[in-house]
Design a protein around this ligand. Structure first.
Ligand SMILES: O=C(O)c1ccccc1N[C@@H]1O[C@H](COP(=O)(O)O)[C@@H](O)[C@H]1O
Length: 213
């Protein structure tokens, strides 16, 4: 089974086109005002209009309320909602039933015990996304280029389909997938030249590396 890729935090037509051209399975649009990748609904709609049907549009949100999500889902024609805050399983299940979309829940990981949270979402979401836990004082719960110890996933009985994220780039991707067996990989900072500024060549290199795994 080939490794699938998501390029997250796309905010320009050029970098979105690069992700599509180099076969990203998923593209991520961030709706979180504190993020350097945040999109307002008009910009998200304009970018989303460029995305062909076979590439799935993921909206990354953090503890967003229904009124906000109603607008994001419609503006960007989202296929997937990635919940990257402290959304409880009940909240995730509500969103699945409200929108009928695929729901992913980010699980912040620093220690092996953190992985136990994934099982709580078994009946509520379609996929969990293991990401590095960011510092308590950080503005962002993700998208900081931090990685966790991938060996924590060795031998773990995954309760759900899953994805790996956190500090992935073209140089460390083969090792990350080799250690974890990840079926889907997600990157944001690793394909940027500075926070929020995506780099077309880095996007191409990441997706090329993934295609060879
Ligand atoms: O990218 C962001 O700005 C962001 C903001 C709020 C929540 C999640 C965010 N990004 C997600 O974080 C992970 C890891 O990113 P990185 O590769 O380590 O930079 C990824 O899933 C992004 O979707």
């Amino acid at each position: 089974m080939p490794v699938q890729s998501k390029i997250c935090g796309l905010s320009t037509p050029e970098t979105l086109a690069a992700a599509i051209r180099h076969d990203a399975a998923y593209v991520g649009l961030v709706f979180f005002a504190k993020s350097p990748r945040h999109l307002d609904f008009d910009r998200a709609a304009a970018l989303a209009a460029m995305v062909p049907g076979h590439v799935r549009k993921v909206g990354v949100v953090v503890n967003a309320d229904d009124a906000f999500l109603d607008k994001a889902v419609v503006a960007a024609g989202l296929d997937v909602l990635q919940l990257h805050g402290s959304e409880a399983p009940e909240r995730a299940a509500h969103l699945k039933s409200r929108y009928g979309l695929e729901i992913w829940k980010a699980i912040p990981v620093k220690t092996r015990a953190d992985l136990d949270a994934a099982a709580r979402y078994r009946a509520a979401v379609d996929r969990v996304l293991y990401d590095a836990k960011t510092p308590d004082a950080a503005d962002l719960p993700g998208g900081m280029g931090l990685r966790f110890d991938w060996r924590l996933l060795e031998g773990f009985a995954h309760p759900l389909p899953w994805a790996l994220s956190g500090g992935l780039d073209a140089r460390n991707l083969a090792e990350a997938v080799g250690v974890t067996g990840a079926p889907l990989v997600d990157t944001s900072s690793g394909v940027e030249s500075s926070p929020g500024v995506k780099d077309v060549d880095k996007i191409a290199a990441f997706l090329q590396s993934a295609s060879q795994l």
